[in-house]
Design a protein. Structure first.
Length: 521
């Protein structure tokens, strides 16, 4: 069976007037008329009084919200209520930052695929049993499980397992599609009650829960609960050789660090080169690096590019000493994004890197991109440092007042495409942008271990503060990584010294550390 994915790329923004088709008449429902001006059905507002009271609806919270559709282009109500519940029920909720939109989109797409699967099973059952359409409406496939083996989510799991066995999809991708389905059924049970689904005696949805002990090291481990609806053969609970820091990541060896930046330098894209440098020397995640703002590097913009104007600008603007550290606040209350709903903390940025970013900001190339950005910030110093050649932000910040104006919310997609086309195809090692963060933290860890007499707890605090971790368990992974991966340990040097040595000798750093002329790059 091949699912029709045509609906998956369709988005409905929350500023469109949404409705639920109904045959019921109400003075508040707008009629949909046929050619003879007679009502076919009525449009019941999707966000009526009931929804507003129960989900605290505010349209500004849901810009670019991806709804789940039925095949007739109506809305799958239960699934969409679940998605809104994900946002409203975020345990770390505050008014400015919420569950990442990417998470909502992934759950939406997984539920959309599942609904198409269930609709096709409804079609098959119609042919076999000649089901009455009214029965199908009341008891669709996704709501019915008279016997354990007939549960719809288990049928879907088996369908995905078959595709995994045929190597049509990866096991990890199959599990990524299943987890939202399990979470959805848990929500349905909690929100609508146990009698909402049509289940046989003794049958539970989404399925049986098992507990497993996952060993880590030294007889330590985690108790992990798994639902049978999520089980796909060919997957593993722990990825050997990776660090889990907001996703699986691993440090680059010093040789790979140099290969990467030699390649970037040869490609002549200063936005890419500087942003990658920023991440590998500050441990900034992608959303942090690409939501940096001008105000953190300059006091004001030069009036023009004449020698006199630039001399005056350099005299009165911020000055950075190359071998000193400077602090940039990110996260809650700042203009710069941090992971999820992380509390505010400071990036530690070396002065020489501050100078490079500053010089890029006043270059004609960067200025031209800012002048043509589609939706500029009201305050010019609030503008993004890095803007694409299509005059969009690489990553639209959660705090951006213009985010509802964009047709698509940029979330680093152009960077991922660049990595796929211009890096992954030209190097022999695996690379993701998130590896830059791990590389920075591993370089720092090894430097503190080799060059100081700090205790383990002192090293832990330095690394934890630098990374902005809220949980010491995440930081601990970096301290243990070199011990568990002895073959990798020997490949690192103190704080990326060989990378910095290469940068010091390269044309890029020599030409641009003090006064970057991007037009020549």
């Amino acid at each position: 069976m091949k699912l029709n994915d045509n609906l998956l790329n369709q988005k409905i923004s929350s500023n469109i007037r949404l409705f639920i088709p109904t045959s019921e008449y109400s003075i508040n429902y707008l009629p949909v008329l046929n050619q003879k001006d007679k009502p076919l059905y009525y449009k019941k507002p999707f966000f009526d009084t009931y929804w507003i009271e129960h989900v605290n609806y505010d349209p500004s919270y849901y810009s670019h919200f991806t709804f789940v559709m039925n095949r007739d282009h109506t809305l799958w109500i239960e699934a969409n209520l679940y998605l809104i519940h994900l946002i409203q029920d975020d345990t770390a909720y505050n008014e400015d930052q919420r569950v990442p939109s990417k998470t909502i989109q992934e759950h939406s797409q997984a539920l959309q695929k599942y609904k198409l699967f269930c609709d096709e099973r409804d079609d098959e059952l119609d042919l076999i049993y000649e089901r009455n359409p009214s029965i199908r409406e009341e008891m669709p496939f996704w709501k019915v499980a008279k016997r354990p083996f007939s549960r719809p989510n288990i049928k879907y799991r088996d369908y995905l397992q078959e595709r995994v066995n045929k190597q049509e999809i990866k096991p990890r991708y199959a599990k990524k599609l299943l987890y939202p389905i399990t979470s959805f059924y848990k929500f349905v049970n909690d929100y609508f009650g146990n009698n909402f689904l049509h289940l046989g005696k003794g049958i539970s949805m989404p399925g049986k829960v098992d507990a497993a002990f996952i060993p880590i090291n030294n007889n330590k481990g985690l108790i992990v609960e798994t639902n049978e609806g999520n089980k796909i053969r060919g997957t593993y609970n722990k990825d050997v050789g990776y660090i889990n820091d907001g996703g699986n990541t691993k440090p680059l060896t010093q040789e790979h660090q140099i290969q990467l930046f030699e390649l970037l330098n040869s490609q002549g894209q200063p936005e890419i080169m500087i942003s990658f440098l920023f991440s590998i020397f500050t441990a900034a995640r992608m959303d942090t690096t690409f939501t940096l703002r001008l105000q953190h590097f300059i006091n004001e913009l030069p009036k023009n590019f004449s020698t006199e104007s630039l001399n005056i600008w350099h005299k009165y603007n911020k000055q950075f000493v190359s071998n000193e550290l400077y602090y940039i606040p990110i996260g809650e209350g700042s203009l710069i994004d941090a992971k999820g709903l992380e509390k505010r903390y400071n990036l530690q940025v070396p002065g020489w890197l501050m100078n490079i970013v500053q010089s890029y900001i006043i270059s004609k190339r960067a200025t031209q991109r800012r002048l043509n950005i589609k939706y500029p910030q009201e305050n010019e110093l609030d503008e993004y440092v890095f803007i694409t050649q299509n005059f969009n932000p690489y990553y639209i910040a959660k705090s951006d007042p213009n985010k509802e104006l964009y047709k698509n919310m940029s979330n680093g997609g152009s960077i991922r495409v660049y990595i796929t086309n211009n890096i992954s195809k030209k190097v022999k090692f695996k690379f993701k942008f998130h590896y830059l963060r791990a590389t920075c933290l591993m370089n720092l860890n090894i430097r503190t271990e080799q060059e100081s007499k700090l205790s383990l707890n002192e090293r832990m605090k330095i690394l934890k503060d630098f990374a902005g971790h809220t949980d010491e368990k995440t930081t601990q992974q970096y301290l243990e990584y070199s011990q568990n991966e002895s073959d990798r340990y020997s490949a690192y040097d103190s704080r990326g010294d060989k990378l910095f040595q290469w940068l010091s000798q390269s044309a890029f750093i020599n030409q641009n550390s003090e006064n970057l002329n991007v037009e020549t790059i």
